[in-house]
Design a protein around this ligand. Structure first.
Ligand code: 5GP
Ligand code: MN
Length: 345
């Protein structure tokens, strides 16, 4: 049996909001990942079971390796479809915030979200949720929002109606947010849920291949180059990967092509923390951080890179040259050296 984590009060409030819902918009965070996309699309399919018309809106596009998911092609992206999205927000009577904990995580969409008079419902697992929704279902103890969506659907009483398509969306989110069940994945209930998803007919092996085995030759070579040029900080048990604008152009990098790169150095024995810096436009550098054990990369990201996330997986941004960004990272390494070198962490 699954524990009933979501409060009955929340379930009651959502039921009452959805009873009158006519047009629902589901939003997920900027640069949506497998969990954001799986949870948003899965929620849309679930609402359609209740005869509620819902539209998914991402601030920018999702990676193409998630295109196979049911409803992926019908999702809107705000950066490319501003006028259409504006109309969707004006007409919506219910808005969902999925897989993010603060309005700022949807970038320029935040103004429309906050300014809307629609009822707002949050489904998320990031720590420290902000109070910007009418119903906040925030469960940082769970490894993915997709797992929370499964629990939500079950507690709403709809497990019997769960379709293979919804189950596939949920499995994708659970799989991607745990590195295919290699971190944050020790809770026994995760595997109880997976067995329930399998009984709904998902093909977990095919989902793994569709999400992970999609490299082009140039992406595979770029990965090799990044590992060759990796900087190491042996005394801090840390590594740094750099992805310059020039490399991205030479290797014809597509959106989502650097997904997973940041995790690779964690395969080195004794490695505690890895960082990936990806150069973007206008001096903007996207930061990804990963760690093992007690190294809180969400705290590091928030202090040094204006970001956040989870204890072992976080991200942020930096404005300036790559050289100064590296210096900033090295400053963080100095501050956290006691923790990085402690036996406990
Ligand atoms: P990734 O490194 O895969 O982009 O992100 C890892 C985790 O950090 C995700 O849970 C994501 O939501 C969070 N994250 C990534 N970038 C940012 C950011 O700029 N700000 C905040 N607050 N969280 C971020
Ligand atoms: Mn997530």
């Amino acid at each position: 049996m699954l524990s009933q984590l979501i409060s009955s009060e929340s379930i009651k409030s959502v039921k009452s909001i959805l009873r009158d819902a006519k047009k629902v918009v589901i939003t997920a965070h900027i640069s949506p990942d497998g969990d954001a996309v799986g949870s948003a699309l899965g929620l849309r399919l679930f609402l359609s079971l209740l005869d509620i018309q819902a539209t998914v809106v991402f601030p920018n596009s999702a990676p193409t390796f998630l295109d196979w998911m049911s409803g992926a092609k019908e999702a809107y992206t705000y950066d490319e479809q501003q006028a259409e999205v504006a109309t969707l927000f004006e007409e919506a009577d219910v808005l969902f915030a999925v897989d993010y904990n603060a309005a700022s995580r949807i970038g320029p969409l935040a103004e429309r979200f906050i300014g809307s008079s629609a009822k707002k419902i949050l489904l998320d697992h990031h720590p420290y949720p902000e109070d910007f929704c009418d119903v906040t279902m925030s469960h940082p103890e769970l490894s993915s929002t997709a797992e929370l969506l499964f629990r939500f659907i079950t507690q709403m009483g709809y497990y019997p109606e769960l379709t293979t398509e919804i189950a596939s969306c949920i499995y994708t989110g659970m799989m991607t947010d745990t590195g295919s069940f290699t971190y944050n994945s020790n809770s026994p209930e995760i595997y109880f849920i997976i067995s329930q998803l399998l009984s709904k007919g998902i093909d977990k092996d095919a989902i793994y291949r569709r999400v992970n085995n999609t490299y082009t030759e140039s992406r595979m070579r770029l990965q090799g180059l990044m590992l060759q040029t990796m900087k190491t900080y042996p005394s801090s048990h840390a590594t740094l990967l750099l992805l310059t604008k020039e490399q991205q152009e030479t290797y014809h990098m597509q959106k989502g092509d650097s997904e997973g790169f940041v995790n690779m150095p964690l395969a080195m024995s004794g490695m505690k923390m890895t960082c990936l810096m990806k150069e973007g436009d206008d001096d903007q550098i996207k930061i990804s951080l990963r760690s093992v054990g007690d190294i809180p990369v969400n705290e590091i990201s928030s202090k040094y890179f204006n970001g956040g996330g989870h204890k072992n997986a976080a991200g942020g941004e930096y404005r300036g040259s790559l050289e100064s960004c590296i210096e900033k990272f090295e400053e963080a390494l100095r501050e956290y050296k006691p923790l990085l070198t402690s036996k406990k962490a």
